[in-house]
Design a protein around this ligand. Structure first.
Ligand code: AMP
Length: 269
């Protein structure tokens, strides 16, 4: 694995006529990230992984400060998984170029995480724009765990880049809570809360799949969730394709964001 500390160096060294797969991450690598890497290795000749904890994505300074960081362990894991190139870009390289047009979300997209974390997706899209301009991968691999992010990135890049977004399914702990770097901030004894939360949402998901009218149980589900001790930010049912509130039996997703021990978690079913 070759490590680059600048996108420009990566650009000089890598043969971009090859079919490149790109996996952007914020590090603290886990099996969820590795599943994206495996997909990339299956579909592409070379795989580039980036690790960059983007401060612009955090609307809370403490959240940024506490975000898990373990670069040495990440490097070992990525080498073991035969990643070709690791990119560790610097803040200045990604942000010094002022984009001629500042990235703004459309009003209709200011929902779910975009509503509760102002500036978050603008930060994500800024960095993705810089990466893709320079790397021009064939595919960018994204996890379903961050489904709204996938939706916004795939729409953003559609007419702008040759790159296509490839959605990879969420990797879960024993079929329950989604693996996430932030899980590492919890003590083992606290992980059962994530299990309880997931079980409640899964039950609601299956009842909705069976009968659309069970949407009326949203309020009851919120109440059950709050009883677990979490601080619920949102629980919403949205159309899986266009994110409107018009759903039918098969085309919905349930989105959740909550705080537990002051750590923010998201998931969707
Ligand atoms: P992050 O490092 O959390 O920014 O995530 C980097 C990429 O990995 C994003 O595309 C995430 O959606 C994806 N990802 C994170 N957790 C999981 C998971 N449990 N299963 C699948 N993909 C994931």
């Amino acid at each position: 694995m070759i490590i680059f500390k600048s996108i420009n160096n990566l650009k000089k060294k890598v043969n971009f006529s090859k079919n490149i797969g790109f996996v952007p991450t914020m590090g603290a690598i886990h099996e969820g990230h590795l599943s994206l890497i495996n997909q990339s290795k299956k579909k592409c000749d070379k795989t580039v992984v980036s690790i960059f904890i983007n401060p612009k994505q955090f609307n809370n300074k403490l959240d940024f400060k506490n975000y898990p960081r373990n670069l040495n362990k990440d490097i070992k894991l990525l080498k073991k998984n035969k990643v070709d190139y690791l990119l560790l870009p610097k803040y200045d390289e990604l942000f010094r170029v002022n984009l001629r047009k500042k990235i703004r979300l459309k009003n209709k997209d200011r929902i779910l995480c975009a509503k509760y974390r102002p500036g978050h997706f603008e930060g994500v899209l800024h960095v993705i724009n810089q990466y893709l301009n320079l790397i021009q991968p064939k595919f960018i691999f994204l996890g379903e765990k961050d489904y709204q992010q996938y939706h916004l990135i795939s729409n953003f890049i559609k007419d702008k880049f040759i790159t296509r977004a490839y959605l990879c399914k969420t990797i879960r702990q024993n079929n329950l809570y989604a693996l996430s770097s932030r899980n590492k901030l919890l003590k083992n004894k606290d992980l059962h809360i994530l299990k309880s939360v997931t079980m409640i949402i899964k039950k609601f998901y299956f009842s909705l799949k069976k009968e659309k009218k069970n949407v009326k149980n949203l309020g009851h589900t919120k109440m059950l969730l709050e009883k677990t001790g979490i601080n619920l930010e949102y629980l919403e049912i949205r159309n899986k394709i266009n994110f409107s509130k018009k759903i039918s039996k098969g085309n919905f997703k349930i989105f959740i964001a909550y705080y537990f021990k002051n750590i923010r978690f998201i998931d969707n079913f």
